[in-house]
Design a protein around this ligand. Structure first.
Ligand code: FAD
Length: 466
């Protein structure tokens, strides 16, 4: 008899508890993917995410085909699609891996109840986090709002479970039920070329290669190099983790292995391990404060006097034309590669919210549209953290100075050179301050006065505190 394995953001064969369980029960497995972004997120999925998803699904389908199986594609409302499939294939059971985003939790509960009432076995598994958000709380039974105590509690209750292996050859159902093709989902519709392919390899194989390369050495320099955008000093695993091509348990396993094999260079590894828990914290906060993708976690910030007439400034920021080189380099890296270095995400976000006084939600939507790792939890945490209105946030009065950040974290101007061709031929000191160069390069003059906008931001904050 048949069991459906409903793939969602767990696009992998290894360490996939739902798949593992279905195979272990001896079922003929029907792997299914349903494209239903409107059920899952407040905003339509962005062009970069859709590009990644297309290629990740293609890779998963190919990996399944190599094992005598395939991925069935559908689009629309998940419940009726699953019900129809259950009926036409006389399926006895459905398995999936849980996700902890608010809309998905609600949707999944409805589906579970409906299918169980039809006599179907429905079982879901923990897979996308090391700790599910409902299991961690303060001694008073409240959710944590500070990272460090949250992280310590997680560490105390961390189970060292071994990742599951991929199933062997599948027994395929005969015949395969009808479904869409991947191309019917039109995930590549907004893209003219395969523009991101030179930067990324979506799919489980790409994720593994990246993880293994990272843990074989570069990870040990993470502590010293992670803040320097001109250096290849971070893991670039975020889109792979977002789409579940690799599980946090697998990453942690590889990190622990590195800890024991990169003798004496443990600081980088420990720092990296800690950073993985920011992802856990982000999901934790989203679970406990489900309104935060649109609303500040700290209600006092609802009254913040944001600028209202900001379309021109916003456009300049979006296109990397602000006249502040580090901000512009980051925004152009985002448009070209679908990713931005974390240090530069902080600088660009601070510039938008504090110097331009543009609501952080505008920045969050733009990132959502253009990041290959666009992630509701991490993006919300990142934006609220920088804007100062979230949990454990940077104090509002800490305003990143784009010029100092650029001279400090990109001293030779390598990152600026890579992303700003107009400044590439200038000596490093002028790449940071192109307004001093003679002759003037063909590059915008600063759209806003840093010192004045800083004073205004601090004034607005003082006003809010009263
Ligand atoms: P590494 O430094 O190698 O870290 C490894 C992994 O740890 C990451 O892949 C990620 O899963 C996790 N991680 C690291 N830092 C953070 C963090 N600060 N918050 C949450 N998880 C973290 N990350 C996303 O995955 N999606 C987003 O949409 C996103 N939006 C952001 C928006 C802003 C304004 C800011 C400041 C940060 C945002 N981040 C987001 C967090 C962080 O910038 C990225 O996770 C990181 O840059 C990804 O690169 P990496 O995999 O090389 O990270």
């Amino acid at each position: 008899s048949h069991a459906i394995v409903w793939f969602r953001r767990d696009l992998r064969l290894q360490d996939n508890p739902a798949l593992h369980h279905a195979v272990a029960q001896g079922y003929q497995v029907i792997p299914v993917y349903i494209y239903a972004p409107e059920e899952e997120t407040p905003w339509p999925s962005g062009r970069a995410s859709r590009w990644w998803l297309h290629h990740s699904l293609q890779a998963l389908d190919m990996a399944l085909r190599a094992k005598n199986s395939r991925l069935l594609f559908f689009q629309g409302c998940s419940l009726p699609i699953l019900q129809k499939l259950v009926e036409s294939t006389r399926t006895k059971a459905i398995y999936w891996n849980r996700l902890s985003e608010p809309a998905i939790i609600t949707r999944d509960k409805t589906i579970k109840t409906a299918l169980r009432s039809q006599g179907i076995t429905v079982q879901s598994f923990k897979a996308d986090l090391l700790h599910e958000p409902g299991t961690i709380h303060t001694q008073a039974g409240k959710p944590y709002q500070l990272f460090t105590p949250f992280w310590r509690t997680c560490q105390r209750s961390l189970l060292t479970e071994l990742p599951l292996t991929a199933p062997p050859i599948f027994t395929a159902p005969q015949p395969w039920p009808p479904s869409f093709n991947l191309a019917d989902l039109k995930l590549l519709a907004a893209l003219s070329t395969n523009e991101f392919a030179q930067f990324w390899q979506p799919g489980e194989t790409g994720a593994w290669q990246q993880l293994q390369q990272w843990c074989s050495g570069p990870i040990s320099h993470y502590a010293e190099q992670r803040d320097f955008p001109g250096i290849d000093g971070v893991s670039r695993l975020s889109p792979h983790l977002h789409f579940g091509e690799i599980s946090p348990r697998q990453v942690l396993g590889a990190v622990e292995y590195a800890l024991h094999h990169l003798n004496g260079r443990v600081r980088g590894v420990q720092n990296y391990e800690r950073q993985l828990f920011w992802r856990e914290f982000a999901y934790y906060l989203l679970y406990h404060y489900p309104y935060t993708p649109e609303q500040p976690l700290r209600p006092v910030f609802k009254k913040f006097p944001w600028r209202t007439d900001y379309q021109k400034l916003l456009k300049a920021w979006q296109q990397g034309q602000t006249g502040y080189p580090l901000v512009d380099a980051g925004m152009r890296e985002l448009l070209t590669t679908g990713w931005m270095h974390n240090r530069v995400r902080m600088v660009t976000a601070s510039f938008l919210t504090k110097n331009c006084a543009i609501p952080w939600q505008e920045g969050a939507y733009w990132f959502w549209e253009h990041l290959v790792d666009a992630d509701l939890a991490n993006n919300t945490l990142g934006w609220q953290w920088v804007a100062g209105c979230g949990a454990d946030a940077v104090p509002y009065y800490r305003i990143f100075n784009p010029l100092l950040q650029s001279t400090h974290f990109d001293p030779q101007g390598d990152y600026l050179q890579r992303w700003l061709p107009e400044l590439a031929d200038l000596p490093p000191q002028y790449r940071h301050r192109p307004w001093l160069a003679q002759p003037q390069p063909d590059y915008p003059t600063p759209i806003i006065d840093y010192m004045q906008s800083r004073r205004e931001a601090l004034g607005a904050y003082q006003h809010l505190k009263k």
